[in-house]
Design a protein. Sequence first.
Length: 314
Amino acid sequence: MTGARAARLALALALGLALAAPALAAGEPLRVVATSTDLQSLVEAVGGDRVAVESLAPPAQDPHAIEVKPGQIARLKRAALLVRVGLDHEPWLAGMLATAGDPRFAPGAPANVDASRGVPLLQTETPRLRADRGVHLHGFGNTHYWLDPENARPITATILEALARERPEERAQFETNRRRFLERLDAGMARWVAALAPYRGTRAVVVHETWPYFAARFGLVIVAAVEPVPGVPPSPATLAALTERMRAAGVPLVLAEPYANASVVREVAERGGARLVTLVPSVAADPAAGDYIGLFDLNVARLVEALAARSSRR
């Protein structure tokens, strides 16, 4: 055999092995990337041990202001599916997809899974688009829809269909996993609704418009937001007017995220005569919020503790 022929044979063998690699890996868990730890948790709930899921965004950081790093792009390119919050929640994602240059994740491609499909959105009627600002504006409706636990039903239905497209032979297992998760969700809903029932109608001021879905589900009434437009810090005059209205109306709660400006939040609570409660908007942003169910267990417990303490002082 000539040297040239041997080289051609070696190249053909190497190409054959490379092409065979996906088939050899077919029994491995399906690689998925999600744009939040909340979606990561829900993909894990449906996929079980048949998926390996990573979140592109850390849990304890403002999810609208993620700095994309090369490692995140590498994780994306290794994945079979991208599951995203959608709407305008991830302004950093478009640049990341352009840099990755992977046609599998182009808008509308089956591997680019928009978890907001089928979710009833709030605040869709509020005009927020501003061409002169590069900030997150909730321009297509409020994006924090996973904070109504009932929305886990359409979200996990979308996830199930995406996983089953990739692994049709495992659809029955995905359906079983989702059914078991929904049973846990139903039990959680009964706990959470019962715990917050005595406090229905409680008024609250929020910092960022993170909590409308949570509030609507559990009977809280959001009367104002510290940010006049999502992502835009308040002016001193705005803060003064807000806290004056809070004190006059006796608003008892300020709800803040862990990454909110601590000095601003304290000022609003103190000057407004309200109790500050830090709620956790994402799975794993607190050790007690280890999964999607745990996220609501923690937030409901914090609210009940704050509201019960206030009631006892009356």
